[in-house]
Each structure stands twice: as C-alpha cells, then as structure tokens.
Design a protein around this ligand. Structure first.
Ligand SMILES: Cc1ncc(COP(=O)(O)O)c(C=O)c1O
Length: 420
C-alpha cells in the first residue's frame, strides 16, 4: 500500500496534488511519501519485534540524508557500501552502532574512517580485505569489529545483474572456504569477530531462496561453534522484492515468519538490510510530456531520461506510468522515451498509455528504490530534485542541480588558451 492515490481524477501524494509540486519545483522530480516510508518501515521492523534485531536500511537504494534520518528516527540503522554512504549516514545522524558496511572494494581510507566512526561491523568480503583491516586497525590501536560475508551459492531467482549469492558472483567468501578464513581471523590481534553475513540478491519474489541460504549459514555457524568461534550477530542482508507489475512477493510478515522458523533457537542479534521493500513503492518520478510523435511507432517524449531513472534501460525493468490528471482516458500503445541520445533511453516500450499531449504530467511509479540513487549527469543533464511529502506539506530534500553544479570541479588548463 502506498500514498499515491487519485482524488477526483487528480493524482495526490498524501494530501498534496502532484501537479502542485510540479508547479513549485518544475519537472522532472522524485516524489516520496513520508507516510508510506514510515508504514513500510514499521511493517518490516515489527515483523521481527519478538527477536533481537536491527533494521539497517540499505542506503544504496535511496541515499538522501532526509530518508536516512527518517528511518533512523524510527529506530533503524543503515547498511552502507562506501565512504560516501558512511558520510551520508553520519550526516543524517544515524547511530554508528547501527551501521554495517558491506562491499567487495573497501579502500584502506574507507576502512579507517569506518573504524574511527565506531560502526557496528565491517562485512568482510575477501581475505585480502581482512589483511588490510588488520593493518589499519593495528595502526589505530584497536580491534576492528567484523563479520564475513559468506557466499552460500544459492540461486535467488531474480535478474542476473542483481543476483549476488551464486558462486559465480563476485560477492562474499565461498562458504566452503569461510571456516579457514574465520580461523585465520580469530588469530589476528586486531580483529574482533562479531558475526556472519549473507546477501543473495535483490527483488526476490520467493521466500525459499532466503530460507535455503539461511539453512546453509546456520550449518556454517554450527561449524564455527565447534571450532570455538561464537558470534553475536547474524546479518541476513536485504533483497525482499516489491510489486512492480503483478509480481507477488512475500509480505514482510511472511518473510519474517519463514526466517524466524528457520532460525530456530539460534541466539544472536539479527541484522536486516532491506532497501527496495521500504522505499520502492514510496516514490515516483514525475515527468512532463515534451512532445508526441507518430511514425512507424508512437512515441511520448518526456523530460526524464535514462540518466534520471536507469532501471528500464539497465534491467529492462517495468514501471507503471500513469497520467497525473484523468488517468482513465482512451489508450494507445506507445514508447515513453527521454531526451537522451541513446536508443536505449526509454522508460517504457510498446505500452498501452493514456493518450496524453505535450505539457501533461506523467508519474513513473515504484521509482523510490534505485531511482535517484542510480541517476547520473549523462548528456550533461543536471540531476533532478527530490521532494518529500509529509501530510499536506512538501519539502525539497535535494535541490535540482544547476548548470554550475554540472561543471563544478572542472577547469581548463592555461595551455588551452582563453576560448571565444
Ligand atoms: C549487501 C546488500 N545489502 C542490502 C541490499 C539491499 O537490497 P534490496 O534493496 O533488494 O533490499 C543490497 C542490494 O543489492 C546489498 O548488496
């Protein structure tokens, strides 16, 4: 359930007409509902209320500091994958004791900053990374809290680009090698083993891969215990899918029930890293029709492109696109395309669309996750504004970039002369 609803044929986000926001901030822009974000967090977090856990929102899915603050205010932490995301989380006021840091390519500088910040744990993804953490921690005179991300070789049955838990994927340490790595780590002076972590992919619509990987991880934790290595934290990653177009992913309550059942009597604090399921359907990308044209095909040319929302081009992902006013009008099959000079620049292809005209507004739904956070300046397009609605008020939580921000940091060396 989300808070984008029609009232008298006009799309509202909570109590604000989407067209009123468009009038005020221009287009395109991302629009998020605080009520939906709050409800989604509560549904997820409360599903685990009966066991020790921390819901660490995956910043990569929607990294705006206002969104990070919103979840932190509800008791959540943050799952980060870069020094930049750590900076965002700290700026947003996230408790460092609720920050976990994953990623295969953490630099020594990022590791140092994370340790200085006092984060809960680094999820280590290779032996070489472990060696760097040991060196950095030794230099700082402390013990680095770590868990190891194990790769359980489980098929998450999702898009190949967002599968992470197969042996052929770059992520984690093969579960068959992990015991040796834990034993090595247990002998390192500046490493404190806290947990085991695992994340098998994104947009999972079945519970069974989660359960299968948890079963493998549980078996592994038993082997660790036999070797005298106890853990206090089990990080199960994120990955729960959402409905974009008729998928029927498990509800957070169903997901939690299955996880808790498989966990059995395992006693440790569960870390969960949901991203998409919290923000995906809480956000929309609002765009204006620039032109329509008809030849062999019908095109609706809008002012948002693949640089603003990469998912359709990157994953052939489906997003519902609706007219902001009068949604139930006559339809015609069209491609919805952006202004980018790429044939791959589309938001929808061969889609029955309401017959819209230039200047009308469209809402690209379910765009809250991996929308703005994956956007770029390609074709020198300033990144769009982000707006958060709260009841009948809206707040620009990221200003639209300007042409000046586009060239920020660039310079022309003197030998190239002055130009015209
Ligand atoms: C380590 C890790 N945790 C959490 C997530 C969040 O996944 P999702 O947005 O599918 O919940 C990801 C995304 O791929 C990830 O790589």
């Amino acid at each position: 359930m989300h808070d984008f609803q029609y009232k008298n044929d006009t799309l509202y986000c909570e109590d604000i007409a989407v067209s009123a926001v468009a009038e005020a901030v221009g287009t395109p822009f991302y629009l998020y509902s605080a009520a939906t974000l709050t409800r989604h967090f509560a549904a997820f977090d409360q599903a685990f209320a009966d066991i020790p856990h921390i819901t660490c929102f995956a910043a990569k899915s929607c990294a705006n500091i206002a969104i990070l603050r919103l979840f932190a205010g509800l008791g959540g932490g943050t799952d980060i994958v870069s020094g930049g995301e750590l900076f965002r989380a700290r700026t947003a006021g996230v408790d460092p004791g609720k920050i976990v840091y994953s990623g295969v390519g953490k630099t020594a500088a990022e590791i140092r900053t994370a340790l200085e910040s006092g984060i809960l744990m680094l999820n280590v993804e290779s032996e070489q990374e472990l060696a760097v953490i040991q060196t950095v921690a030794a230099g700082m005179g402390l013990k680095a809290p770590v868990s190891f991300r194990v790769n359980p070789d489980v098929d998450p049955k999702t898009h190949a680009y967002i599968s992470t838990g197969l042996a052929k994927n770059k992520f984690g340490i093969p579960i068959g090698d992990a015991l040796r790595v834990y034993l090595a780590a247990s002998k390192m002076a500046n490493i404190a083993i806290k947990g085991v972590s695992c994340h098998i992919g994104s947009q999972l619509t079945l519970v069974s891969p989660f359960v299968e990987s948890l079963a493998k991880v549980k078996g592994f934790i038993a082997h660790l215990a036999e070797q005298g290595i106890g853990i206090t934290h089990l990080d199960l990653g994120g990955g729960l899918g959402i409905r974009y177009n008729g998928e029927e992913p498990p509800l957070p309550s169903e997901y939690a029930r299955a996880i808790k059942q498989e966990l059995g009597s395992l006693h440790c604090t569960l870390i969960l890293e949901p991203g998409r399921v919290l923000v995906g359907n809480a956000g929309a990308l609002v765009t204006r029709v620039l032109y329509t044209k008809e030849g062999l095909k019908k095109f609706i040319i809008v002012d948002a492109g693949m640089n603003d929302l990469a998912r359709p081009s990157l994953y052939d992902a489906f997003h519902h696109i609706q007219a902001v006013e009068r949604p139930n009008r006559e339809q015609a099959v069209a491609d919805v395309v952006g202004p980018i000079c790429e044939t791959g620049d589309f938001l929808a292809r061969e889609r029955p669309m309401p017959k819209v005209e230039a200047d009308e507004l469209l809402a690209v739904m379910s765009a809250g996750a991996y929308g703005f956070s994956m956007s770029s300046n390609y074709n020198s397009r300033p990144r769009v504004a982000e707006v958060l609605v709260h009841g009948d008020a809206f707040h620009v939580i990221r200003a639209r970039e300007t042409y000046e921000t586009l060239i920020q940091g660039e310079s022309i060396p003197e030998f190239l002369g002055k130009g015209a």
